[in-house]
Design a protein. Structure first.
Ligand SMILES: C[S@@+](CC[C@H](N)C(=O)[O-])C[C@H]1O[C@@H](n2cnc3c(N)ncnc32)[C@H](O)[C@@H]1O
Length: 248
């Protein structure tokens, strides 16, 4: 099993059991973020009018790691043609219900963005959107696969719009986690004998890759090295990024 699967699967099981509607409900009960007023909505509201796009109904959007679909439904509500994928079937089932309740059309499906790089490209998009998925894609190889999948699906002149967690100084050593400052990788402790790829032994305990929280500068460098042109990158604990395809 891929290192990123079990955690997300169990999170959506809990979301279903607790009657929650979105990922953030698991971590923030303050009501600061709701399904319709999700964490990166303000950024999307700010950035969308600044992008050079065709009319909304002619603008195709692909969101990966959509979860239960707050951003996808928001984009569809703005008139965009939206497709959205997530790794976890329970997330997609709930996403479909949330879209139906809002009367918006989103083509949701279950898919792993890391595997899409080697799939045949069936469509190209003016916007590829990531709302806090990238931090869960930890290894260099997998992040490279995500970037390749995005590049293969962006139309010339299209935008890769990312909201992601960044390195937060002081969040280094929470119980059950090991932070490798040289790579930005958080490892999560797992029971000995856990079957997953990339299991590593650290200080005599078993761990799997959990998150990649890198600085804004490191993220910029990574995106440029992957072949994107970074048009804007704002933020400290979370970063909001707009990229386009770099010149070949
Ligand atoms: C932090 S949650 C954010 C969910 C949603 N975008 C939101 O803002 O509520 C990250 C999401 O990425 C999904 N995910 C993680 N790895 C993935 C992968 N390789 N392919 C597709 N989705 C993935 C998880 O299942 C989860 O729904």
């Amino acid at each position: 099993m891929r290192y990123y699967h079990a955690e997300h699967e169990s999170a959506y099981r809990r979301i279903g059991e607790l009657g929650y509607t979105q990922w953030n409900d698991l971590f923030d009960q303050s009501g600061a973020w709701t399904y319709d007023y999700f964490q990166n909505r303000a950024f999307l509201e700010w950035v969308l009018p600044r992008l050079d796009l065709p009319p909304a109904d002619a603008t195709r959007v692909l969101e990966y790691g959509c979860g239960t679909g707050p951003a996808a439904c928001f984009m569809a509500g703005r008139g965009f043609q939206v497709e959205a994928i997530d790794l976890i079937p329970e997330a997609i089932t709930l996403a479909r219900r949330m879209a139906e309740e809002r009367g918006v059309r989103v083509a949701f499906r279950v898919a792993d963005i890391c595997a899409l790089a080697s799939d045949q490209v069936s469509g190209r998009y003016e916007i590829v959107l990531d709302s806090y998925c990238l931090q869960s894609i930890v290894t260099d190889e997998d992040r490279g696969a995500v970037f390749a999948a995005v590049q293969a699906r962006l139309k010339p002149g299209g935008y890769y719009v990312i909201s992601t967690a960044l390195r937060t100084p002081g969040r280094n050593n929470e119980p059950g986690f090991y932070y490798d400052a040289s790579t930005g990788i958080y490892y999560r402790e797992v029971p000995a004998g856990t079957v997953a790829d990339h299991v590593v032994e650290i200080d005599g305990r078993w761990h799997i890759p959990h998150r990649r929280h890198i600085s804004a500068d490191a993220l910029r460098d990574e995106l440029v090295a992957a072949g994107f042109q970074v048009m804007s990158l704002e933020g400290s604990e979370t970063g909001d990024v707009v990229c386009c395809l770099g010149t070949p």
